[in-house]
Ligand binder design. Structure first.
Ligand code: DC
Length: 220
């Protein structure tokens, strides 16, 4: 049987990766894997245990972290120690600390290994920051989505307001600029497009338009 496709989608926060990754996965009958949710789950666990953010503790915690990605009605849900934390991992407290957690080389090594296992048999649309450059270097298709900082912040603001958070556009611009900065400058697998990635600027495009553009490159 022909191996199923693997599709890598990278880019900075708010570029629209998860929205289009879910749509592409559903159109092509592939599984959507949100790798950011794994770094977020580890960050949440550290917050819940109140252990602070020492590298040594985080590496230890990561080693026996019980995370599972499960699929319900086409939605990817995140289980941490068997509990559904899909919503909780998106709170500002987690967002503010996750880039630091994801910058620790041994944490990344552990997470990359788990993600490579998920991609081993093909059939995934995986989004993150290092998917095309590290996790799935041999992906069949690689995309790198970008958008202006204002547009990315505006998208995140809509999401946060819907969830009832009282934040301003300038707060969100500051938060995602800081995250991008840490993600781009870290020593291991920083956020950069893979040499063979197709770069799409989503600033003035709807999610459907981005998906159509991506599908135009995907020849099965
Ligand atoms: O995609 P997201 O915003 O949920 O990701 C949260 C953080 O995790 C992001 O700031 C960078 C990090 N991350 C990473 O370093 N590598 C990945 N493959 C996915 C996410």
């Amino acid at each position: 049987m022909k191996k199923k496709l693997n599709i890598a989608i990278d880019g900075p926060a708010g570029a629209g990766k998860s929205t289009v990754a879910k749509m592409i996965a559903s159109r092509l009958g592939l599984l959507y894997v949100d790798t950011g949710s794994m770094y977020r789950a580890l960050t949440l666990k550290a917050i819940n245990l109140n252990i602070g953010f020492s590298e040594k503790e985080l590496v230890r915690l990561c080693e026996d972290l019980d995370i599972e990605l499960v699929y319900e009605n086409g939605e990817c849900r995140v289980l941490l120690d068997g509990q559904d934390v899909t919503e909780e991992i998106r709170t500002p407290k987690v967002s503010q600390n996750v880039s630091f957690v994801a910058s620790i080389p041994q944490v990344r090594e552990n997470m990359v290994m788990r993600q490579q296992l998920m991609a081993k048999n093909g059939g995934v649309v995986m989004d993150g920051r290092d998917i095309g450059t590290r996790v799935m270097k041999n992906a069949d298709f690689k995309f790198f989505l970008t958008a202006s900082i204002e547009e990315r912040a505006r998208r995140r603001l809509i999401y946060l307001k819907e969830k009832g958070y009282d934040v301003s556009l300038s707060d969100v611009i500051a938060e995602i600029s800081e995250r991008d900065d840490i993600d781009k400058k870290r020593s291991v697998d920083p956020l950069v497009p893979a040499e063979d990635a197709i770069i799409i600027d989503t600033t003035d495009l709807t999610a459907e338009q981005v998906v159509d553009k991506m599908l135009s490159y995907i020849k099965i």
